[in-house]
Design a binder for this molecule. Structure first.
Ligand code: ZN
Length: 99
């Protein structure tokens, strides 16, 4: 198998894992997090860049897979309306995201 083909396959696998992770979130968070972490690991190993909004789905500190309304809280910034504040409910880290 060529290197390019391997990358394409990995990319597909990552997308499947992430889709499944988002679906699994309500039912089984442990499993969802495992799938999301695995997706990230594959991406890292092959130096594939995950899409921006997917990268935002991981806590910057504890690396947990986080999802709004589930295990993170989102607030509109007071001073800057172009930024939202995300609080990871697992490690309580607050960080900003530009929108
Ligand atoms: Zn966290």
């Amino acid at each position: 198998m060529g290197k390019h083909q391997a990358k394409l396959l990995a990319h597909e696998r990552i997308l499947i894992l992430l889709r499944s992770a988002f679906q699994e979130l309500d039912q089984d968070f442990e499993l969802a997090n495992e799938q999301a972490q695995l997706a990230k690991k594959i991406a890292k190993r092959l130096r594939l860049k995950l899409p921006y909004d997917i990268r935002q789905s991981y806590c910057k500190k504890c690396k947990l897979f986080i999802c709004p309304g589930f295990n993170c809280r989102i607030r509109i910034g007071r001073s800057n309306i172009k930024a939202i504040r995300i609080t990871c409910l697992s490690c309580n880290t607050v960080y900003r995201k530009l929108i």
